[in-house]
Design a protein around this ligand. Structure first.
Ligand SMILES: Cc1ncc(C[n+]2csc(CCOP(=O)(O)OP(=O)(O)O)c2C)c(N)n1
Ligand SMILES: CC(=O)[C@@H](O)[C@H](O)COP(=O)(O)O
Ligand SMILES: [Mg+2]
Length: 632
């Protein structure tokens, strides 16, 4: 498909060029940027709907503020494509989210216009406050501007930051990009509150907390602002939640009306003395009908045909781990009314939407609130329910103190279903599920499992459902399974017992999790080299199958552990066991294959594992050198 005509955008080398454009030209530029975003993402895939919703905001912010001296922070960063196009990265946009290409998020190492990286949500106001304080302490930095979505502002961290910023009365600008969508429809009382602020306020109306700001607005907007204030609060000058927190609140404004957005930003910039909250109403997917009309507003899409909006379907050979989990959970919930599920704003990403369709009263979307979700589940477990907390590995990091303090210390039987374990592909290092085994297996009383294939995942759901003795976790990767037959129902696995899939004499591969397939391929390669290989699936990092490990060490010249996670995970557990049980004293030869001690950059998952040195060929080479060392 031909690229769109973009005569104004073609003349923009960077944000400074926007300062020379008239307001009318800026409005035209926004149209061109929108067309460019659609064209780019149709070729690369990515977070289309969110980026389309902030086109006017991105153009206006760069026209009014002075980046990169002024620090512009996009919360999550998944909506940053217009910003990247305007900040000198247009020529590389068609490498978006690919190996060696432009990141799908903001990234400090990529551009001086990305002053603070992101990908996990709700960090932007804290970061903006940090820059504002640094400025006021004499650092060479200008204004601080955070753009945060209505979904991301549901997280506790955003309130911690507003609480602090309002109290410190630091001059900074928060733009609330309210498109009434998270990945799924937004949930929670805050979402209702924002809708209440929106309802009844005429679109042309600005609501300014400070009379001074209202007075300095152009006439029609000023009247609208006063009307909106009275409509919302019933009293002129009454406070919104944001005002109570110490912010000057302006809005709601139409985030797609360039004149309104420019007037508001200019006025706020000219008059603000403390923190300002600008509430902009936007439409996720704005300007591209297939996105605007889709249920998910094209939050994250693959490549698509621009004319029809039809997305390219990836060929799938086996069901996805997420789908297998979701179905197994729904089946388990049908048999046991004590089973409940918690998701932190990702019902479809985690597959709990399958259970929600059947048992809506037992599935809780808590919003982007992983910390709350974990503690909420802990109390449900304390009351006798059987909660499954389904959270991606990378986002579970947010709930770690709650896992330690509220779950593990109290020995509560919360079931953690940890999706996206291992390398995930185009979302890159920020979304890698690298650390969960390390941070869970060191907790007293925690059971930690990893599924070697999708059949094992079904068994692990059954095992977790039946396990009431304390917390239990199971991890599985993004993407499709190995194509093995999926049982229903699953079997309850003996806790702390692994399995042997293939018996050999020379070397043992001890796999933990979904690299089992790679181990089996490596075993074939090694057999062809004349090396006889045992492949075992540990299933448990905690408690360890110490009998299995002892047998493998005793009956092979060497053992290699393999896992899709960082050092400090499964291998560390095995090494501790062997060290303390005297295994090494008796000459055990052991090597570990984990993710290397660096963050792996975005690419396809296969390319990321190649970069990490974790392919079947890498296992084969490690096996050969290890055997040489063992027999030298
Ligand atoms: C801590 C954390 N949890 C979950 C996510 C997954 N996530 C990415 S974007 C998103 C929704 C954000 O909604 P909003 O801020 O309203 O932005 P929109 O997509 O509507 O533009 C979620 C839940 C995340 N990035 N970080
Ligand atoms: C921006 C973000 O954090 C999510 O949208 C994420 O990209 C979802 O990834 P999955 O495609 O793995 O669900
Ligand atoms: Mg939103």
């Amino acid at each position: 498909m031909a690229h769109p005509a973009t005569p104004i955008l073609d003349r923009i080398a960077g944000p400074a060029d926007l300062h020379a454009l008239s307001d009318a030209q800026l409005a035209l530029l926004a149209k061109e940027v929108r067309a460019e975003v659609i064209s780019v993402v149709s070729e690369t895939g990515g977070h289309l709907g969110s980026s389309l919703g902030v086109v006017e905001l991105a153009v206006a912010i760069h026209a009014v503020f002075d980046t990169p001296r002024d620090k512009l922070i996009w919360d999550v960063g998944h909506q940053c494509y217009p910003h990247k196009i305007l900040t000198g990265r247009r020529d590389r946009m068609r490498s978006l989210r690919q190996g060696g290409g432009i990141s799908g998020f903001t990234k400090r190492s990529e551009s001086e216009y990305d002053p603070f990286g992101a990908a996990h949500s709700s960090t932007s106001i804290s970061a903006a406050l940090g820059f504002a304080v640094a400025r006021d302490l004499g650092m060479p930095t200008g204004e601080a501007i955070a753009v945060i979505g209505d979904g991301s502002i549901t997280a506790g961290m955003a309130y911690e930051a507003m609480n602090n910023a309002g109290d410190m009365h630091k001059r900074l600008f928060v733009i609330l990009n309210d498109n009434d969508m998270s990945i799924a429809p937004p949930v929670g009382a805050m979402s209702r509150y924002l809708n209440q602020l929106n309802n009844g306020a005429p679109f042309a109306a600005l609501r300014a907390a400070a009379e001074g700001i209202e007075a300095s607005l152009p006439g029609p907007l000023r009247d609208g602002a006063r009307r909106a204030r009275q409509l919302i609060t019933g009293i002129p000058g009454g406070g919104t939640l944001f005002e109570e927190l110490g912010f000057t609140y302006i809005g709601p404004i139409d985030g797609h009306d360039m004149a309104q957005v420019l007037a508001t930003l200019r006025t706020a910039r000219a008059r603000a003395t403390g923190p300002v909250m600008i509430h902009a109403l936007t439409v996720k997917g704005k300007g591209y009908p297939p996105a605007e009309h889709a249920l998910d507003k094209y939050h994250g899409v693959g490549r698509f045909d621009v004319e029809s909006g039809t997305q390219a379907k990836s060929k799938s050979n086996a069901p996805s781990y997420t789908g297998v989990f979701g179905t197994a959970l729904a089946n388990a919930a049908a048999l046991d009314t004590r089973i409940v599920a918690v998701t932190a704003a990702m019902p479809s990403g985690t597959g709990v939407d399958i259970m929600a369709a059947k048992f809506p009263a037992r599935v809780f979307d808590v919003g982007i609130a992983e910390q709350h979700g974990v503690t909420f589940a802990a109390a449900m477990a304390a009351a006798g329910l059987r909660p499954f907390v389904a959270i991606y590995s990378t986002f579970l990091q947010r709930g770690y103190d709650q896992i330690v303090h509220d779950v593990a210390l109290q020995g509560l039987p919360v079931r953690f279903a940890i999706d996206r374990a291992g390398l995930v592909g185009q979302d890159g290092a920020t979304h890698a599920g690298a650390f969960d085994v390390g941070f869970l297996a060191d907790l007293p009383g925690m059971v930690v499992m990893a599924a070697g294939d999708e059949a094992d995942l079904v068994h692990m759901v059954a095992t977790a459902a039946a396990y009431d003795d304390g917390p239990i976790a199971f991890r599985y990767p993004r993407g499709e399974g190995r194509g093995v037959e999926v049982p229903s129902p699953g079997e309850i696995l003996p806790i702390g017992k692994g399995r042997v899939l293939r018996q050999g004499d020379d070397l043992a591969l001890l796999s933990f999790g979904a690299h089992l397939g790679e181990c089996l391929i490596a075993a074939d390669l090694l057999e062809a080299d004349g090396i006889s290989v045992t492949v075992a699936d540990a299933r448990f990092a905690k408690p360890l199958d110490t009998d299995l490990i002892t047998q493998l060490v005793r009956h092979h010249k060497a053992v290699i552990t393999v896992e899709q996670g960082s050092a400090g995970g499964f291998a560390a557990q095995v090494l501790h066991y062997l060290a303390n049980s005297g295994g090494f004293d008796r000459g055990a030869v052991v090597r570990t294959l984990t993710l290397p001690d660096r963050f792996i950059e975005q690419a396809s998952p296969a390319a990321m594992y190649l970069d990490a040195g974790m392919t079947a060929q890498d296992i084969r080479l490690l096996a050969q050198t290890t055997l040489q060392a063992a027999t030298a």
